[in-house]
Write a protein that binds this ligand. Structure first.
Ligand SMILES: Nc1ncnc2c1ncn2[C@@H]1O[C@H](COP(=O)(O)OP(=O)(O)OP(=O)(O)O)[C@@H](O)[C@H]1O
Ligand SMILES: [Mg+2]
Length: 230
């Protein structure tokens, strides 16, 4: 198991969001997390990625606790082994596509030229190389999400967390982004936690897990289970 959660509980004031979630991901596995609005999907992915701390329970990455790490150590993890891709608002408006993608590498200490070369190669792999010098406001939503995906993958994370990365896109643009995400994750052996509203999109995953009212819905489990022994 590369990533595990045990008995995760999280509330916002009096509102319970997670009420005891236990799960594990095998290395290279793509897990889809589905369920109705408000069931706790974002809270779960934020706890797994070390963005939120659970009130109770544990998150382990390669057997090491994540939830007990300091804020600084958790953000270091998100600049290294973890990648995140959210619905929108993640690109820096003032920077070009290439600069946005190069940013995580430069924050990690890579030199400007090397970071730009890597950024251009990832934009190429996502089919948006021609947008390298354009700013987010000058390209379409689907193109922005491909740039955001390049930025999430440029550091070659071992785990990618994606919270409805295509939720703001139309069907075709969404499928294209998802197609790239799944293809590149398979190529790189990246483990993926993918939150989606859409059962159809969950079909790209190895396994689907449905949340209801902050717990895993056992009746919904395994329906799209294509993973062996995961
Ligand atoms: N910042 C917050 N403050 C208060 N309550 C919150 C907050 N964020 C989430 N909640 C509540 O926690 C519960 C779980 O929310 P969460 O965002 O995890 O659901 P979700 O499954 O991601 O929903 P959606 O599909 O709409 O994105 C809901 O009842 C929600 O109203
Ligand atoms: Mg959500």
């Amino acid at each position: 198991m590369i990533l595990q959660a045990r008995g995760l509980v999280r509330s916002y004031g009096a509102t319970p969001a997670l009420r005891g979630v236990t799960l594990g991901l095998a290395e290279g596995e793509i897990l889809a997390v589905t369920g109705p609005s408000g069931c706790g999907k974002s809270t779960l992915i934020h706890c797994l990625a070390g963005i939120l701390r659970p009130d109770a329970g544990e998150v382990l990455y390669l057997g090491q606790r994540v939830d007990t790490l300091s804020e600084a150590a958790r953000s270091k993890l998100r600049r290294g082994a973890f990648g995140v891709l959210f619905q929108f608002g993640q690109l820096v408006a003032e920077l070009t596509a290439a600069e946005n993608v190069a940013l995580p590498l430069m924050l990690a200490g890579t030199g400007r030229r090397e970071a730009r070369t890597a950024a251009l190669s990832w934009l190429e792999r996502l089919g948006v190389a021609e947008l390298a010098d354009q700013r987010p406001g000058e390209v379409s939503g689907g193109q922005q999400q491909r740039v955001a995906l390049a930025r999430a993958l440029v550091t070659e994370p071992r785990v990618l967390f994606a919270d409805e990365p295509t939720g703001a896109l139309d069907t075709l643009a969404g499928e294209q982004v998802l197609g790239h995400l799944v293809r590149l994750a398979r190529e790189q052996g990246t483990t993926v936690v993918l939150v989606t509203h859409e059962p159809r999109i969950a079909g790209y995953a190895d396994r689907e897990l449905t949340l209801r009212d902050g717990v895993i819905d056992a009746t919904g489990m395994g329906l799209t289970d294509k993973a062996v022994g995961a």
